[in-house]
Design a protein around this ligand. Structure first.
Ligand SMILES: *[C@@H]1O[C@H](CO)[C@@H](O)[C@H](O)[C@H]1NC(C)=O
Ligand SMILES: *[C@@H]1O[C@H](CO)[C@@H](O)[C@H](O)[C@H]1NC(C)=O
Ligand SMILES: *[C@@H]1O[C@H](CO)[C@@H](O)[C@H](O)[C@H]1NC(C)=O
Ligand SMILES: *[C@@H]1O[C@H](CO)[C@@H](O)[C@H](O)[C@H]1NC(C)=O
Length: 111
């Protein structure tokens, strides 16, 4: 099972929070028991500060855990050669409707 995403990236977790980019990518159901997703994603920024730059995310996403960590493997634009990690926290999860709000804390080194 593969889920393709074009999700809003917002400043905060409220639904009306202002958009700063989009999360384009895929989640792949990567375990036999469905307990883990493999996450491949570009965080594509559209806000003034980072417009057009991206962060490239990859990792095992144990989505049923409230907290998990994935890698920042690279980036483009002002995030060229970025490396780092992101902690993900599930704020809201509605599995039947494939709907969720996730808080991302991203730490990167870039040049
Ligand atoms: C979002 O909505 C809440 C309450 O509905 C309001 O207090 C807040 O100011 C709104 N935020 C934005 C960014 O519009
Ligand atoms: C992943 O696949 C397994 C096995 O088909 C299934 O039981 C599980 O519900 C799937 N998980 C998700 C998140 O779709
Ligand atoms: C971001 O860049 C696009 C394409 O260059 C431009 O159309 C848009 O107005 C820019 N957005 C901001 C917030 O600067
Ligand atoms: C992310 O940062 C916020 C604000 O510092 C903090 O409240 C939250 O616990 C952090 N979440 C994770 C998963 O580290």
């Amino acid at each position: 099972m593969i889920f393709a995403t074009d999700d809003k990236l917002t400043v905060a977790t409220e639904r009306n929070s202002s958009e700063v980019g989009r999360a384009h990518g895929i989640y792949v159901n990567s375990t036999f028991d469905g307990s883990d997703l493999h996450l491949l994603m570009s965080l594509v920024f559209t806000n003034k500060e980072y417009n057009g730059s991206t962060l490239e995310i990859q990792g095992a996403d144990k989505f049923y855990q409230k907290y998990r960590e994935v890698s920042v493997v690279s980036g483009t634009g002002i995030f060229r050669l970025a490396r780092g990690y992101a902690t993900l926290e599930t704020v809201y999860l509605d599995i039947p409707n494939s709907n969720a709000i996730i808080r991302w804390n991203v730490t990167v080194f870039h040049y």
